[in-house]
Write a protein that binds this ligand. Structure first.
Ligand code: ZN
Length: 195
């Protein structure tokens, strides 16, 4: 998760994949243990699963991220610009994982979940949100408007005009901000008149 605040881009290591994988396997382990001990429909299993769910929610990384972002915006009286997610926002990430159920869970838990948490917190604090089309935002240099060339699957690329290096997420957040200022903003909110 990358955040741009006052000219500095922060790359938050969310470990969504690891968190969600951990959740999946713990859940599965509990299910199997109780199924073999007490049978498939035991109430004891239900209680253990509910407990796990509550604990997971408390430690949920997405609420931590949402708090950081919404607080930063609120303190400065800023709006939040988010990338508008397509139909399958997590496709790139989940391609590598074979298990269908697991893929579904990761898909659900990741990007949309973080955005929803941000939306909910933002509503709570009255922070406006604008959505911007993220197409090509990591491919163009925000300074030279020229293509950034990435070698292999590197996340660091080189601007084809200026030769400077860009982390793809850093280029993306700058371009999202520029687009928001240009009025390329979807949904009901507009940034016109907002700082
Ligand atoms: Zn450049």
């Amino acid at each position: 998760m990358t955040i741009l605040v006052d000219g500095t881009a922060y790359l938050l290591e969310t470990n969504t994949e690891r968190v969600v994988l951990g959740y999946y396997y713990r859940r599965k382990a509990i299910q199997e243990r109780y199924d073999s001990l007490y049978g498939v429909d035991s109430g004891i299993k239900g209680r253990a699963m509910r407990k796990l769910k509550e604990r997971e929610k408390r430690n949920d990384i997405k609420w931590k991220i949402a708090n950081i972002i919404v607080r930063a915006a609120r303190e400065r009286q800023y709006a939040i610009v988010l990338e508008r997610l397509g139909r399958n926002p997590a496709n790139g990430m989940i391609k590598r994982i074979g298990d269908k159920q697991l893929r579904h869970r990761i898909y659900q838990a990741s990007f949309r979940g973080i955005q929803r948490a941000i939306e909910e917190k933002a509503r709570e604090y009255g922070v406006p949100i604008a959505y911007v089309n993220p197409k090509n935002t990591s491919r163009l240099c925000p300074i030279h408007n020229a293509p950034i060339v990435y070698n292999n699957s590197s996340r660091i690329g080189k601007c084809s005009a200026g030769g400077e290096l860009w982390h793809r997420d850093v280029a993306a957040v700058w371009n999202l901000l520029l687009r928001a200022h240009q009025g390329d903003v979807g949904n009901a909110q507009s940034l016109v008149g907002l700082p």
